[in-house]
Ligand binder design. Structure first.
Ligand code: GAP
Length: 461
């Protein structure tokens, strides 16, 4: 990561190169919603594919799932989200602005307000002279009220209480509610996991930092069911696995750390939670993903609310028990941002020349290779086209015949394309092409028929 990388730089770079656009921009945009452009969609897909490959395809103890976003509303009562998935809000009567009570308090005092009740927060805000409306300095505040973060909607044509449904605020509950289905239909044995990637929605009061916190986002969660008593060991195992996943895909370990949640601040379901944090240049150390020990909380709650027994029968021990759950839960958007920021470099080539390059791991790079014909004319272009047609399909490959080779390299450097293959006049004679490496900028000549295997080795290596 460049020292000088700022949020503004990343936002404008993302737009200029077609990674990420503001949603509904032609209407002035909508706050905290973003669209992935041609390069961004490839990159985010790669992040998700790599996660799925590591969590599901390369393992024999994890299966996949794709559950519905709109679930039975009782699910969210059982999970605790209807009762406790709240932010505490307060309104300033002088400006009419609403604030998160804990943010207001923490900005003006050194009091840690997380976990305080609504009446404790009200009392504090009303009595502490230091707490003021940041907009106009006013000190006339309403009572603090809990605000539920779940998006509500109605199923069917009648907008009535009994038709209320929610857009899921986490993908995890789709996994718990399918626990029995998966047990009954797959040959899984504890310890085993169920993984899912999908959209989640939270009516965040303070979204921001680009795609770091939005109201609609994509989660990648895996619930790993284990025998009680073995949960602590599995928790450490998954923490290591997830750390290694990031670093193997090129995240600088200097920018990654673990954050252990203090016991008194744990979520209602958690025995222990450790976040993997990334040092974002604009937000500091912030959660990339949480790895939680959810105990048997969710399965027991769903048993209680649905009346369906959710347990595992261990044939060997001839006993049934409710498994504990270890949950690595990450966000595809947040991870994409971390990969983007970590890879972004501005290299000073000379006094008046800066090379912007995304040093993405080849597996994460949106385009794996670009084919350049030195000339737009035949027969060089024909050979280049043939090579392009041969390579495309396995991965996203670019074909670029516009401008000087130097300019074409720079375009691909910005897109994060790890390899550029140039077909020149000598190719017609010696049947060799030049492969140029994005990071070292070294070039090598190899036979044209070896390019495909070579790329495969370079990308998977
Ligand atoms: N099932 C547990 C759970 O949902 P979480 O820490 O609230 O835990 C998991 O969310 C991950 O989802 C976070 O680490 C983050 O990467 C992502 N995430 C959560 N809220 C988000 C938001 N508003 N915008 C973008 N990503 C978000």
């Amino acid at each position: 990561m460049s020292q000088s990388v700022t949020m503004e730089k990343i936002v404008s770079f993302s737009k200029r190169r077609g990674f990420i656009f503001q949603s509904s921009e032609i209407y002035g945009g909508i706050r905290s919603a973003y669209d992935y452009g041609p390069l961004g969609v490839e990159m985010k897909r790669n992040v998700k594919d790599e996660w799925w490959r590591s969590m599901v395809h390369t393992r024999d103890d994890v299966v996949g799932l794709d559950a519905a976003i709109i679930m039975h509303p009782r699910v969210w009562e059982a999970s605790g989200h209807v009762g406790t998935f709240n932010d505490m809000l307060v309104e300033s009567r002088t400006s009419g602005r609403r604030y998160r009570a804990d943010h207001l308090i923490e900005a003006a005092t050194d009091i840690d307000a997380e976990g305080m009740t609504a009446s404790e927060l009200t009392e504090l805000i009303h009595s502490d002279e230091r707490i003021k409306d940041p907009l106009d300095g006013g000190r006339d505040f309403t009572e603090v009220r809990p605000f539920n973060l779940m998006f509500e909607t109605y199923t069917g044509p009648v907008k009535s209480e009994e038709n209320i449904a929610y857009l899921r605020p986490e993908t995890a509950q789709g996994i718990f509610t399918n626990f029995k289905n998966v047990l009954d239909t797959s040959r899984v044995k504890v310890p085993f996991g169920i993984a899912q990637i999908g959209k989640s929605f939270r009516n965040e009061i303070t979204p921001g930092n680009f795609i770091f916190r939005t109201r609609e986002f994509e989660q990648m969660e895996m619930e790993f069911f284990v025998e009680p008593g073995t949960d602590e060991g599995w928790h450490d195992y998954w923490l290591d696995q997830r750390w290694n996943w990031y670093t193997a895909l090129g995240i600088d370990p200097e920018n990654l750390r673990r954050y252990e949640h203090p016991k008194e601040k744990l979520s209602h379901y958690s025995k222990r939670t450790v976040d993997l944090e990334y040092n974002f240049p604009f937000a500091g150390w912030s959660e990339l993903e949480g790895v939680a020990n959810r105990t048997d909380y969710d399965l027991k709650r769903h048993t209680e609310f649905s009346g369906q027994k959710l347990e595992y029968r261990d044939q060997q021990q001839n006993r049934a028990y409710v498994p504990y759950v270890i949950e690595p839960a990450g966000g595809a958007d947040r991870m994409t941002l971390a990969f983007l920021v970590d890879a972004y470099e501005e290299e000073e080539v000379s006094e008046d020349d800066v090379r912007t390059v995304l040093k993405l791991h080849p597996r994460i790079a949106p385009i794996k290779a670009a084919v350049f014909p030195l000339s737009k004319k035949e027969p060089v272009s024909t050979v280049a086209r043939e090579l392009y047609d041969d390579l495309k399909g396995d991965y996203r490959i670019a074909y670029d015949d516009g401008g000087s080779i130097g300019r074409r390299y720079r375009r691909q450097d910005e897109a994060g394309t790890p390899f550029c293959v140039t077909v020149d006049f000598d190719t017609l004679e010696d049947k060799q092409v030049t492969i140029r490496d994005r990071d070292t900028m070294t070039q090598e000549r190899i036979p044209v028929e070896a390019v495909r295997d070579r790329l495969k080795a370079l990308i998977s290596g």
